[in-house]
Design a protein around this ligand. Structure first.
Ligand SMILES: Cc1ncc(COP(=O)(O)O)c(C=O)c1O
Length: 424
């Protein structure tokens, strides 16, 4: 059994370290902002000053639609001969788990007296959630997004703009999440007095990894109670896809103290687990499995990097997993062996995307599909009762899925000629 925060012992809470990982590796100009945020996180979120938590949960329920259901997946349970339950974060407002954190941080910014919100986004889900939360709470908002991600996640760009956010394209590097985070940090360094940076995952300098985990922990606190209510027991395994790691940390938090519940963080295996050091390219985003220790975006953690410590270009068919780093707490839990680091390649993720769509009538985000790819691969080893978090819905991915499926032999996909000329 566990209660709230397994790693929030005095040491972790006071200096933001998770074993060898974490910390605050930032320019001096950002330290006052981090100290102010740490103070606000402690008072409002951990100590519930001014009734912050009541307002947060009221808004998550009324605006966000919590609690999300825990649903038995009938066809998958039969197919894999194990009880499969789905934690339906795709049904949260905005279509992904990202709103839990975005709403928490935008509300915290309000309590702190800030009057401007900035954020980065990869798949556009965090940007969308932040734009929605900012509109809901009446705050102006700017979202930084890599140009490559803008092109592959267009529906979310439209959604952000329609919610009144300004979308700033980032053209440096490969134009993905890494560059978008760097650009947002640059903006924050120049505007800390009136601006809060809503980081989108359990990454970055302390207190972000702890704070984002705390806002996302609602997923597993609900799921743990729901699974016991529906089945009378705890699951044998919990599976969740991992990019930066907010879905995993949120899905695992309440189960960490349950030693008999195995926790699997499923990363993107991309097209291959090998790396091209010379070209500085890792054709995957399997940071926990293949990365080395280094510093990125203000924290010591596991990274895809070359032997000079230069960050490599990562790859995944899903924009939201395409990140060369991972949250420091998740890296520590994987090192300790409490969390098993797994990965699934692009082909298997696409196959799983079509499987969930046709078997269960749920079109998952491509990120989410990775967790289902792992369920298929390891169905015999995961036990009799498995909870998988459906971190988001796949509407944003339809163009990518059609394009990527056409290039491959995916046995269970619909006839792709149905779509020719239809979407473009
Ligand atoms: C639906 C969905 N799942 C998972 C992720 C991965 O992020 P994280 O590892 O922080 O949950 C993203 C990121 O955009 C996402 O949109």
């Amino acid at each position: 059994m566990t209660d709230a925060t397994h790693t929030d012992d005095e040491n972790a809470e006071s200096d933001g370290r998770f074993g060898r990982y974490g910390g605050q590796y930032v320019p001096e100009a950002l330290m006052p902002a981090l100290e102010e945020l740490e103070d606000a996180y402690g008072r409002y979120v951990l100590e519930n000053e001014d009734g912050f938590l009541e307002e947060f949960h009221r808004r998550l329920d009324d605006f966000g639609g919590r609690p999300t259901p825990l649903q038995r997946a009938d066809r998958l349970s039969e197919r894999y001969d194990t009880e499969v339950y789905l934690k339906r974060e795709d049904l949260l407002h905005g279509g992904a788990h990202k709103l839990n954190n975005a709403l928490g941080q935008v509300l915290l910014a309000k309590y702190m007296g800030k009057d401007r919100i900035i954020a980065e986004t990869g798949a556009g889900q965090h940007g969308t959630a932040t734009a929605m939360a900012a509109a809901h709470l009446g705050m102006p908002c700017t979202i930084y997004m890599g140009e490559r991600d803008i092109n592959r996640q267009r529906p979310n760009v439209f959604r952000m703009k329609i919610n009144g956010a300004e979308v700033q394209p980032v053209t440096t590097g490969r134009g993905t999440l890494k560059e978008a985070i760097s650009e947002t940090m640059r903006d924050w360094a120049a505007t800390v007095e009136d601006t809060h940076y809503v980081i989108g995952s359990v990454v970055g300098p302390h207190p972000f990894p702890s704070m984002v985990r705390e806002f996302q922990a609602v997923i597993s606190r609900e799921a743990r109670a729901q699974v016991q209510e529906k089945t009378g027991r705890l699951p044998d395994a919990v599976l969740a896809c991992a990019g930066g790691g907010s879905n995993t940390m949120g899905s695992f938090e309440a189960f960490i103290g349950d030693d008999d519940v195995d926790l699997y963080a499923v990363e993107a295996g991309g097209s291959s687990l090998s790396v091209d050091e010379e070209a500085g390219v890792a054709p995957n985003s399997a940071t926990l499995s293949t990365g080395g220790e280094g510093v990125l975006h203000g924290a010591r953690t596991k990274l895809l990097q070359d032997h000079h410590g230069q960050i490599m270009e990562s790859h995944s068919v899903s924009a939201g997993l395409d990140y060369a780093g991972v949250g420091p707490e998740l890296a520590a839990l994987a090192d300790e062996g409490r969390v098993t680091a797994a990965n699934v390649d692009d082909d298997a993720a696409l196959e799983a995307f079509h499987r969930l769509s046709t078997d269960e009538g749920i079109i998952p985000a491509l990120e989410t599909a990775h967790a289902f790819g792992y369920l298929k691969q390891r169905q015999d080893e995961l036990g009799d009762l498995v909870v998988v978090t459906v971190s988001g819905r796949g509407d944003k991915d339809l163009e990518t899925v059609i394009e990527e499926t056409e290039k491959r032999e995916i046995g269970n996909a619909p006839d792709m000629s149905l779509f020719s000329g239809g979407l473009r």
